[in-house]
Design a protein around this ligand. Structure first.
Ligand SMILES: *[C@@H]1O[C@H](CO)[C@@H](O)[C@H](O)[C@H]1NC(C)=O
Length: 464
């Protein structure tokens, strides 16, 4: 009985799907239609329509994601969509699976295989709107009547919160969550979806477009971690939503990452952004840290410098928050605005790509040194240099790749005399003295110093 109790407690402590557990994961975002086709076809396609990726294609290629070092995926919305809804945001029949992606069985198998490989699955969901059907509500199931929707107006003033919550986003009919029947349907639907497919978390679309009290109830019905999308750079605006959903994408930091690594503004910006967020969010560690996603032109499109991109990626994979990396980043994809940033990746599963290997090395160190379990602690910020620790690991970044940067990183809180070696070059070691180390960054390189000679790292180096 004692053993059973301990087991129950252990399981409760690490239950799949809660915020504490998600903070230790790293998420690879893919678009189901663009990742892999189960028939192995790798031809190109019209990016504005279905390209043929499916659940079974994702399932067959999970090892690529695992090899890269991620232990969670975020997949596109899974419900039946109006024609052309390759992205999944045009729901038609909420109780059917999108037949372009597969069926109920292939979706279950995807989640099952992922779990067997210790990869969690976060499903994208929409509760704000349905497909662009004008006022022909009969096309939608089960929201088939005008009284399930707000009256027809367009959002044209994003500072008017009433409009944002009650009018149409890009002409998409806006569900009326204050209608008791609609509300209950949405809550029953999410509960059923999560339980039927055994999802570990949900990514929620269009958070500001629905009142906060709805999200509190919706999240409770889901019963798993929620990562909300509030596409806004103001921490004061975004922050309060974390009182209603467990996690949010760190959009304010997304803009700071662009300012810092694309526009090369002072790296102190990262520091002040985190300070600001500390007061505005309930839990900054539960925010999603990202460089790219499907709604924004890719980093390399705005600034075609892989040194800066790698520095930004390194920050997003080790900084304070949950890493979310958009598929194709590891292959140097550089697509512009939607749909050009939604390239198929099926002909580019290249594990020798320089960025693939860079990300893989960081993810391996993240695991070896248990970085998510050690608090993020900023150690130095100036115009050209930013450094922080996670336990005994020191991450050093610059956004001025054309200059050599040399700094002492102080107040490490790591034992004097301990030798730390750069995970990208085991010959590059520093010994902690007077609680600091000296860091020299050449040609925009990233350095991550970690305690020497972890057996795992040495074995990996031997393999290369
Ligand atoms: C691509 O698909 C879109 C949407 O279906 C269509 O409007 C467009 O004509 C297509 N482009 C080409 C070159 O076929």
């Amino acid at each position: 009985m004692y053993t059973a109790l301990v087991c129950a407690l252990l399981m409760a402590g690490s239950r799949a799907g809660d915020a504490a557990a998600w903070k230790k994961r790293a998420v690879y975002q893919l678009l189901t239609d663009r990742f892999a086709k189960s028939n192995g076809d790798t031809s190109g396609c019209n990016l504005s329509n279905y390209c043929g990726g499916d659940f079974e294609g994702v399932r067959k290629n999970l090892q690529y994601i695992k090899d890269l070092g991620f232990d969670a995926i975020w997949i596109s919305p899974v419900v039946d969509n109006l024609d052309g809804g390759y992205h999944g945001y045009w729901a038609r029949n909420w109780n059917q699976i999108n037949s372009h992606f597969g069926n109920s069985d292939s979706l279950k198998q995807l989640v099952e295989t992922a779990h067997s490989m210790d990869i969690w699955v976060m499903v994208d969901v929409v509760a704000n709107h349905v497909a662009p059907i004008g006022n022909d509500f009969g096309q939608i199931s089960p929201y088939n009547s005008g009284d399930h929707y707000h009256s027809n107006c367009d959002i044209n003033d994003w500072n008017n919160q009433w409009q944002v919550e009650n009018c149409r986003l890009s002409g998409l009919p806006d569900l009326k969550q204050e209608n008791g029947w609609v509300r209950q349907q949405l809550k029953d639907w999410i509960k059923n979806l999560v339980q039927t497919y055994n999802f570990d978390g949900i990514r929620i679309d269009t958070i500001p477009e629905v009142p906060k009290d709805f999200w509190s109830e919706f999240g409770q019905s889901a019963g798993v971690f929620q990562m909300g999308e509030c596409f806004n750079g103001n921490p004061a605006y975004v922050g309060d939503y974390q009182n209603h959903v467990t996690g949010l994408f760190n959009y304010p930091m997304y803009y700071t990452i662009k300012d810092t690594f694309q526009s090369q503004k002072s790296m102190r910006g990262i520091s002040s952004r985190y300070v600001e967020e500390q007061g505005k969010f309930k839990d900054v560690d539960a925010l999603g840290l990202f460089v790219d996603n499907h709604d924004n032109s890719r980093f390399l499109n705005g600034r075609n410098d892989q040194r800066l991109f790698k520095s930004a990626l390194a920050f997003s994979l080790t900084g304070k928050g949950i890493p979310f990396m958009y598929y194709g980043s590891e292959q140097g994809f550089a697509g512009g605005n939607d749909p050009n940033n939604r390239e198929p990746i099926w002909s580019n599963f290249n594990k020798d790509h320089d960025i693939f290997k860079f990300v893989q090395r960081i993810m391996s160190a993240r695991k070896t040194y248990n970085m998510p379990s050690s608090a993020f602690a900023e150690k130095w910020a100036d115009d050209d240099f930013y450094a922080f620790t996670r336990g005994n690991v020191v991450v050093a970044l610059t956004n001025k790749p054309d200059n050599g940067v040399n700094r002492n990183v102080p107040n490490l809180g790591i034992n004097n005399g301990m030798t730390l070696c750069n995970i990208f070059n085991q010959g590059d070691c520093q010994t902690v003295q007077n609680n600091n180390i000296n860091v020299q960054l050449n040609n925009g390189e990233v350095k991550i110093y970690a305690p020497r000679s972890s057996a795992d790292d040495m074995a990996e180096i031997a393999m290369e």
